[in-house]
Ligand binder design. Structure first.
Ligand code: DGJ
Length: 728
C-alpha cells in the first residue's frame, strides 16, 4: 500500500457499494482493518486497540499489518490451512475468490461490513461479514455462501472465522470439562504446532470444552493487564477451533466441525455459517470478560438486562419423587425464606409409563395423574397460596424407548435403519429427529401446550441429557445424511425462534446434564443456563470462575444445596454455600424440610441480602481478584456498578492449614476518589458481623492496599460477602 491517505475510508454508517480499499471497523476500544480491492484478494490487516484513520499509515509503517487473506480458500497454492474447501459438480476442488464489492450498513444492533467475493470461474459467491456491536467492544464475523449455479457444490470445510494473531509469547486459555467438572480452566503456552478445541457430540457441546478461548500476546495471561484476545463461536452443535502456530506465524480458525458434516449446497441456495464473536483488551482477561458480559446482556441473552428471580429447584430435594404434597411444602418453606420462584424438575409426567427413573416417559408430556392428581392446576394454586411463581422442567428433544411417543412415532427418532438403536441415559433415552418439521412442531408443542393451558407458568428449564447418538435420519434424503448435525441445529433454532416469538417473557434455562449447553448459539433464546450438576460449593468456585470468563453472572444459575453435598459428599457450612451461590444467579437445590430452623433463618437473611445487591451482581462489571487456580488458599472476586457507586465483594477460604498465609486482597473497579461504606451481607450471626462491617474506606485504599483477611478467614470454609456503597 503506497499512498494510504488517498485510500482511507471513514468508519461508520455508510451504505451502498464502496470502491475504497481500507475498511476500518471499530468499537469504542478496538479496531479491525481489512483491505478489499475489487478484483483482488481481501486482506486481514490489523486487529487490536482502537485506531483512527490517521493511525492507519502508522500501522502499515510499523509493519503491524498482517496482509494475509481474510478468507483463504482451498485449491490453488494449496499449502497451509484454509477456511473453506469445496467440490464443484464437475469434480473440480478449487476456489479462487476475489473481491467484487464491499458494503457497509447499520443494523439495529451494530454496523456491518460485508465483503462480497466471487470465484473467477464458477458461479460461486462468498460474503464475509464483520459486525461491530453497538456500545460494546465485540466484533463478530461469519460468511454466507451462494451457489449461483444449477448443480450442487459440496462444502467440505466452512469456517466462520479465520484470522492471524501476532506471534510472540502466546498463551491460550480454554475451558475443558466433563459432567460435573465443566469449564475447568486450562492455561498453556502455545508452542509450534496445532492446538485444537473441538466437539463432536452434536448436542451437549460445552461439556467437552467450551467453544471459547482467550489468547494472550504477552505471556501468561493476567487478570487486569496485558493484551488478550477473546473469541467464542456462537453455535450449539459440533465445532472445531484450531490454533495453527508456527515459528513466525499464528492463524486461528473457528467454525462448525465439518469432519462429519460435509454439506451439499444445491444450486441457487445459500449456506450461512454461525457467528464467531471476538474482543480484544489491553486490560487482560478481565477486560475481555467484561466486554463479553456487556455484549451478552445487551444482545445475546433473552432479556439480558432484567434481573432474575431467586428460585428453588426440586431436583436434589426429591429427584423423581414428585407429588403435590411435596411440591406444596417446598413452595411453602421456600416462600417463607423469601424465595420468589419454585421450579418442579424431572419426574412429573407420564401415565402409561410414569417417570420414576431416567429410563422411561420422555416424550409423554402429560401430567402423571398418580403423582399429581390435581394436575398443574393444583401446583399453580399452591404457588398462588404461597405467593411464589411456578416453573417446570422439560426435555423436549428426547424420548425413551419406553414411552408412548416412541411407540407411536418410531420414525421420529434419529437412528440408522439397518443397525441396532443406540440408547443413552437409563439405557432407553433416544434423540428426536429435529430435522423433521413434524418433530419440530411436536417439540414446539411441548412448550406451547403447557403455556396455552397454564399461562401462569413463569419459567421453564429445558434439559438435554443425551448426545446425538445415532447418525441417521429417516427424514433427510439418502444423499443429505451428512447434514444431520447441521440440520438438527437448524430445526432446534426454528423451534426456539417460534417459542420466543410467542413467549418472549417466559424465563427459560438452558440445561444439558448440567453445563453442557453454555454457548452463544443457544443463549439468545434463553435467559440463563444451569452451570453444572455439581453443586458442591468448593468445586463451584472453580467452575464459576471458568464460566465467568465468557458468560455473565445474570445467566449463571448457582444453587445452594444440601450438606452433605450429593456429588462430592463434602460437608460445607451453609454460610459458605450461600456466599458462593450469591456470586451468580442465586437459587437453592435442597429439601427445605430437612433444614434446621437456624439454617432457615440464615437462608432468609442471606436471601434478603441478595435481593438488596442483586442488580449489582447480575448487571455489574466483574473483577476477578484472586484466582482459585493460583493456589493461594483463597479466592476472591467482586462486581461493581458502571457508576462505581456500589459493589459486592466476595472472598472464600479454599484451603485450610495451620499457620497458613492468608493473602490480603486488593479490590478493583472502584473509584479511587470515592469513599465506600462496607456492610457484611451474610454474617453467620446477625449480631456479629465481621470487623469490616460499617467501616468507611476510600476506593484508593481498597484498591491500592486492600483488606487484610487473616482474622476474618481463620476457620476452614470461612468466607465473606461485603456490600460497598458510596458515601456522598
Ligand atoms: C440433568 C440436570 O442437569 C439436572 O439438574 C436435572 O434436571 C436432571 N437432569 C433431571 O433429570
Amino acid at each position: 500500500m503506497k499512498n494510504k491517505s488517498l485510500l482511507m475510508l471513514v468508519l461508520g454508517v455508510l451504505s451502498g457499494s464502496l470502491s475504497a480499499k481500507d475498511y476500518l471497523i471499530s468499537t469504542p476500544n478496538t479496531s479491525l482493518l481489512i483491505t478489499a480491492n475489487p478484483g483482488e484478494k481481501s486482506k486481514f490487516q490489523y486487529y487490536g486497540s482502537r485506531i483512527s484513520e490517521k493511525d492507519i499509515q502508522g500501522i502499515y509503517d510499523s509493519s503491524l499489518t498482517f496482509g494475509v487473506e481474510s478468507y483463504p480458500v482451498f485449491g490453488l497454492k494449496t499449502a497451509g490451512e484454509r477456511a473453506m474447501a469445496v467440490t464443484h459438480s464437475d469434480g473440480n476442488m478449487t476456489l479462487d475468490l476475489v473481491v467484487e464489492n464491499v458494503r457497509q450498513y447499520t443494523e439495529k444492533d451494530g454496523d456491518v461490513t460485508e465483503i462480497r467475493m466471487k470465484d473467477l470461474v464458477y458461479p460461486f459467491i462468498l460474503k464475509q461479514f464483520f459486525k461491530a456491536y453497538k456500545g460494546t467492544d465485540v466484533i463478530s464475523t461469519w460468511v454466507e455462501v451462494e451457489n449461483n449455479g444449477k448443480k450442487p457444490v459440496t462444502l467440505h470445510r466452512f469456517a466462520s472465522a479465520f484470522f492471524p494473531v501476532h506471534r510472540g509469547d502466546n498463551w491460550m486459555t480454554h475451558f475443558h470439562g466433563f459432567w460435573g467438572a465443566e469449564s475447568t480452566m486450562e492455561e498453556e503456552k502455545l508452542t509450534n504446532g496445532q492446538k485444537v478445541i473441538s466437539n463432536k457430540d452434536g448436542l451437549v457441546n460445552s461439556e467437552s470444552d467450551n467453544p471459547s478461548f482467550l489468547l494472550s500476546l504477552d505471556g501468561r495471561p493476567q487478570e487486569e493487564y496485558g493484551r488478550v484476545l477473546g473469541g467464542t463461536l456462537a453455535w450449539t452443535g459440533t465445532y472445531l477451533i484450531k490454533m495453527d502456530v508456527k515459528n513466525t506465524s499464528f492463524m486461528v480458525s473457528a467454525g462448525i466441525n465439518e469432519e462429519t458434516s460435509h454439506y451439499v449446497l444445491d444450486g441457487k441456495k445459500t449456506f450461512v455459517t454461525p457467528e464467531f464473536a471476538m474482543t480484544y483488551s489491553t486490560s487482560g482477561k478481565g477486560g475481555v470478560s467484561r466486554a463479553f458480559h456487556r455484549w451478552a446482556r445487551a444482545y445475546k441473552l433473552n432479556r439480558g438486562n432484567i434481573p432474575h428471580d431467586i428460585l428453588l429447584n426440586s431436583w436434589e430435594g426429591v429427584y423423581f419423587k414428585v407429588d403435590q404434597k411435596e411440591m406444596d411444602q417446598m413452595m411453602e418453606h421456600f416462600s417463607a425464606m423469601g424465595g420468589e420462584l419454585f421450579v418442579m424438575d424431572d419426574g412429573w409426567f407420564g401415565n402409561k409409563y410414569p417417570r420414576n427413573t431416567g429410563s422411561s416417559s420422555l416424550g409423554d408430556w402429560e401430567v402423571c395423574k398418580e403423582k399429581l392428581p390435581d394436575g398443574i392446576e393444583g401446583l399453580l394454586e399452591s404457588a398462588k397460596k404461597h405467593n411464589i411463581k411456578f416453573g417446570i422442567w422439560i426435555e423436549p428433544e428426547m424420548a425413551n424407548t419406553k414411552s408412548e411417543l416412541f411407540e407411536q412415532h418410531p420414525d421420529w427418532i434419529l437412528r440408522v435403519a439397518n443397525r441396532p438403536l443406540s440408547t443413552g441415559r437409563g439405557k432407553t433415552q433416544v434423540v428426536l429427529d429435529l430435522t423433521n418439521p413434524e418433530v419440530q412442531d411436536f417439540v414446539f408443542g411441548v412448550v406451547d401446550n403447557l403455556m396455552t393451558k397454564y399461562p401462569e407458568i413463569a419459567y421453564m428449564k429445558w434439559d438435554d441429557n443425551c448426545c446425538l447418538l445415532d447418525y441417521g435420519s429417516s427424514y433427510l434424503p439418502k444423499d443429505r445424511q451428512s447434514h444431520i448435525y447441521i440440520e438438527y441445529q437448524r430445526g432446534l433454532n426454528k423451534v426456539l425462534k417460534r417459542i420466543r416469538a410467542k413467549y418472549p417473557n417466559l424465563v427459560m434455562q438452558a440445561c444439558a446434564g448440567g453445563g453442557g449447553r453454555v454457548n452463544y448459539g443457544i443463549l439468545p433464546y434463553f435467559d440463563e443456563f444451569w452451570t453444572s450438576d455439581n453443586t458442591d460449593a468448593l468445586q463451584r468456585i472453580y467452575l464459576q470462575w471458568g464460566i465467568s470468563n465468557f458468560y455473565p453472572a445474570i445467566a449463571m444459575a448457582s444453587h445452594v444445596s444440601a450438606d452433605k453435598n450429593h456429588q462430592t459428599g463434602r460437608r460445607i457450612p451453609l454460610k459458605f454455600r450461600f456466599d458462593v451461590a450469591m456470586s451468580g444467579r442465586l437459587g437453592m437445590e435442597i429439601q427445605p424440610r430437612d433444614m434446621t430452623e437456624e439454617d432457615k433463618a440464615f437462608a432468609k437473611r442471606a436471601i434478603a441480602s441478595y435481593k438488596k445487591v442483586r442488580s449489582v451482581v447480575q448487571l455489574g462489571d466483574l473483577y476477578r481478584l484472586v484466582s482459585p487456580y493460583d493456589r493461594k488458599g483463597i479466592s476472591s472476586l467482586m462486581y461493581v456498578t458502571p457508576e462505581k457507586d456500589r459493589a459486592v465483594f466476595y472472598v472464600y477460604k479454599i484451603e485450610h492449614f495451620v499457620n497458613m498465609l492468608i493473602p490480603s486482597v486488593r479490590m478493583n473497579g472502584l473509584d479511587a476518589q470515592k469513599m465506600y461504606r462496607l456492610a457484611d451481607l451474610t454474617a453467620a450471626k446477625a449480631d456479629k458481623p465481621c470487623p469490616l462491617d460499617g467501616k468507611v474506606i476510600s476506593g484508593k485504599v481498597l484498591m491500592e492496599e486492600g483488606v487484610v483477611l487473616k482474622e476474618i478467614l481463620k476457620k476452614e470454609y470461612s468466607s465473606m460477602v461485603l456490600e460497598l456503597q458510596e458515601v456522598k
